[in-house]
Design a protein around this ligand. Structure first.
Ligand SMILES: [Zn+2]
Length: 365
């Protein structure tokens, strides 16, 4: 009995030693290998039924929404290739964009791409293409490289919006969209959001002061530019050239976009049946509508770029009335934004109005 016990104890001890040696060898092999790729499959990739359910749950919010996807660079523009020369940003952008298009189409959205192969498209044409299809949302996909040529350490995920708060041409909905995409993309990639930003979203003025990115500056719809990860960071570059990881990136962007659209976008309409306004009135009427309630103190009215308090908002009928009796000049630009209770802003309503000498409006265009 004792002998048997001893043998069992010995066997147990031997198996512990074997496991220990196996673990040490595995760790040593793991440390010495340069081909390890570190990423985690999202829940929806590990359990395909979850992916089907997620897409099904959001189909209602994406139905008929026109999404314009812009894979950056391509064709003659293939400069960012990482330090090892094999991480071609233009190709990775395209890979992610094509998978994103696939997910969006499964969810009932109408998808347009500035390119679906390796070809040269000017920045001007990218914006024009989005306009020509009357897209609702513009998403430009890029991968980053550091300013310093020998910087092998920097890596993070960031999402850019045009202009910055306080500027007339800052449209808060772009920041809203950037936040939603950035949150889910960074989470899917398990990356941080980079320095000098609380949530990983950035004004494009950080890169081009008072100018911003061309495709964002010239967008007439909510628009963001994603810099997903750095081609120049060794571990990140190994992931970026893995097609499965590109699918994870696309899934992160898709999730953020779905959740943004579910949060609702307020719409502002001029309440008139034609563009000719009764010449005897001294107020302008607009409706602000959303599937959720509007936050009254989120409303901003600018007349000729100056914030105005000469308005009232009725929460019961969603009617915004702007007094124009103080206006003196003939031509004025009116710009209105408002947010719903989820904090999502409308795209600005911006129109030129004409006031004739006796302070009544002749027309609107
Ligand atoms: Zn780029």
């Amino acid at each position: 009995m004792v002998t048997v016990l001893k043998n069992k104890a010995l066997q147990k001890s031997n198996s512990f030693i074997s496991i220990f040696i196996f673990l040490i060898v595995s760790i040593l092999i793991g440390c010495s290998s340069s081909k390890d790729i570190y990423y985690e499959l999202p829940l929806e990739f590990r359990q395909p039924q979850k992916k089907i359910e997620f897409i099904e749950n959001y189909r209602h919010y994406l139905k008929g929404i026109k999404i314009f996807i812009d894979p950056g660079h391509g064709g003659n523009d293939r400069k960012n290739v990482g330090f090892e020369g094999n991480v071609v940003e233009a190709d990775i952008n395209l890979n992610v964009a094509l998978v994103l298009a696939e997910y969006l189409r499964e969810a009932n959205a109408d998808v347009y791409l500035s390119r679906d192969k390796d070809t040269t498209i000017t920045l001007e044409d990218r914006s024009k293409m989005a306009d020509s299809v009357n897209a609702d949302i513009f998403i430009s996909i890029h991968h980053n490289a550091p300013g310093a040529a020998d910087d092998i350490w920097t890596n993070y995920t960031s999402t850019y919006y045009h202009s910055k708060p306080g500027n007339y041409n800052f449209n808060p909905i772009n920041n809203d969209l950037a936040k939603y995409i950035q949150r889910d993309l960074a989470y899917a990639m398990r990356n941080s959001g980079g320095p000098y930003s609380f949530d990983g979203t950035y004004s494009d003025y950080i890169i081009y002061p008072s100018d911003g990115f061309y495709v964002l500056r010239n967008s007439k719809i909510p628009a963001v530019l994603i810099e997903s990860g750095f081609t120049t960071h060794h571990n990140e570059s190994q992931r970026l050239i893995d097609p499965l990881f590109n699918r994870i990136e696309a899934w992160g962007i898709f999730r953020g976009l779905c959740r943004f659209l579910k949060a609702g976008i307020p719409k502002i309409n001029f309440e008139s049946e034609s563009d000719t306004v009764n010449a005897n009135i001294n107020e302008l009427n607009f409706s602000i509508t959303d599937s959720l309630n509007i936050i009254p103190n989120s409303i901003t009215v600018r007349i000729d770029s100056i914030l105005s308090n000469d308005y009232s908002f009725n929460e019961k009928n969603n009617l915004l009335i702007i007094d124009i009796f103080k206006l003196e000049k003939d031509e004025h630009i009116i710009k209105i934004t408002a947010a719903n209770i989820n904090g999502i802003h409308s795209f600005p309503f911006e129109k030129e109005i004409f006031v004739i000498k006796n302070k009544t409006i002749k027309g609107i265009k």
